[in-house]
Design a protein around this ligand. Structure first.
Ligand code: QUE
Length: 336
């Protein structure tokens, strides 16, 4: 029996190619995958034949759905903090390596790109999104928080879009991701093979030839209202502002906020606020510390159970309501 490698590496013309290859698991990142990417990026850094790196996900459904949170949940519930620490230490180091990589790093994002998948793409200089791309940071739905440097990235999006995305977990299409600044180029799926071949031949300068004119930002008419609502100081204030907006986008946002972990809303808003004043290494360090305290909260194991393990989508949050979250309990998670 042969097992498929979870990362497929290939040299092709002027580029080194990385394929995340767990299509049935939506290319969710295991520690092995993170280690393989880290070591090849170090090797290619000093390889004069590799002028740029191109990363893609296998299959049509996903670029990368995130981290292997099933394994992380098991590590947490069995008290194996070393395993969780190793995962996040190495994942965040890889995010920083991508952010500081001395050669062009080009992500071709066709399908969902969430959490750890954002970490594998958005820190690089070139992020190509197709009409099938879906960008999201849905960690509040699993009782976690937007990590992988998202506490650095999200507060820097315009008009408090980052708080909107990070709290609700709602997804952006590929074109909207370009408008929001998460992606840099919009290229139809049908042209990706030609783009990929051209990148191997001529490097990132070909991107401009493939990028399509963007359709309008679907949130364009709501940006002012999003800013008004998500600039609010506290989670209950954001809810109160949204309740005053008589619009479908606000109803969808409210529905999302009332579904995800109430505690995670609180610690996510605080983490995003803190990250606004940090550089990327500082934000990743703060995120690492926050993984320890938030994963020990019952909502993490319960959220992963409900959304990914049992898939019943009926998490029992503690406390169950936004109104019952004690801000002092949240504050302690940041002091640890
Ligand atoms: C929220 C999330 C994640 C999620 C579902 C959510 C997430 C993540 C996965 C995921 C998906 C497929 C897999 C896997 C994990 O799902 O971050 O191992 O095979 O990684 O509602 O934040």
């Amino acid at each position: 029996m042969t097992t498929e490698p979870t990362i497929v590496l290939r040299r092709d013309g002027r580029v080194g190619r990385i394929l995340m290859n767990r299509p049935k698991a939506l290319n969710a990142l295991t520690l092995d995958m993170i280690r393989t990417c880290d070591s090849i990026l170090h090797e290619w850094k000093d390889d004069p034949h590799v002028h740029a790196v191109v990363i893609e996900g296998a299959g049509e459904r996903a670029f990368c759905a995130g981290g292997d949170i099933i394994a992380l949940r098991e590590a947490q519930v069995s008290g194996n903090r070393e395993a969780a620490d190793a995962f996040f230490t190495e994942e965040y180091a890889l995010n920083l390596l991508i952010a500081t990589y001395p050669k062009p790093y080009i992500a071709l994002i066709d399908g969902i790109c969430m959490g750890g998948g954002i970490g594998m793409s958005v820190h690089g200089p070139y992020r190509v999104a197709t009409e099938h791309a879906g960008f999201g940071m849905p960690e509040t739905a699993i009782g976690f928080f937007p990590d992988i440097g998202a506490t650095f990235l999200l507060p820097r999006l315009r008009g408090h879009l980052g708080a909107y995305l990070g709290l609700t977990g709602l997804r952006l299409t590929g074109a909207d991701a370009v408008h929001a600044g998460l992606a840099t180029h919009f290229v139809p799926r049908a042209r990706l093979p030609a783009l990929s071949a051209a990148l191997a031949k001529d490097g990132p300068s070909v991107l401009a030839d493939f990028a399509e004119t963007l359709p309008p930002f679907s949130l364009a008419d709501h940006l002012d209202a999003i800013e008004r609502c998500f600039t609010a100081e506290t989670v209950p204030d954001i809810i109160a502002h949204l309740e005053r907006e008589d619009a479908d986008w606000a109803k969808a946002a409210l529905k999302a906020l009332r579904t995800v972990s109430p505690s995670a809303l609180y610690w996510t808003l605080q983490a995003l606020r803190n990250g606004a004043n940090m550089n990327l290494p500082e934000a990743l360090d703060a995120e690492f510390r926050l993984t320890k305290t938030t994963m020990a909260h019952p909502d993490f194991a319960e959220g992963v159970r409900a959304m990914v393990v049992d898939k019943d989508r009926q998490p029992k949050w503690s406390p169950p309501r936004i109104e019952d979250v004690d801000p002092a309990v949240i504050a302690r998670l940041f002091a640890a």
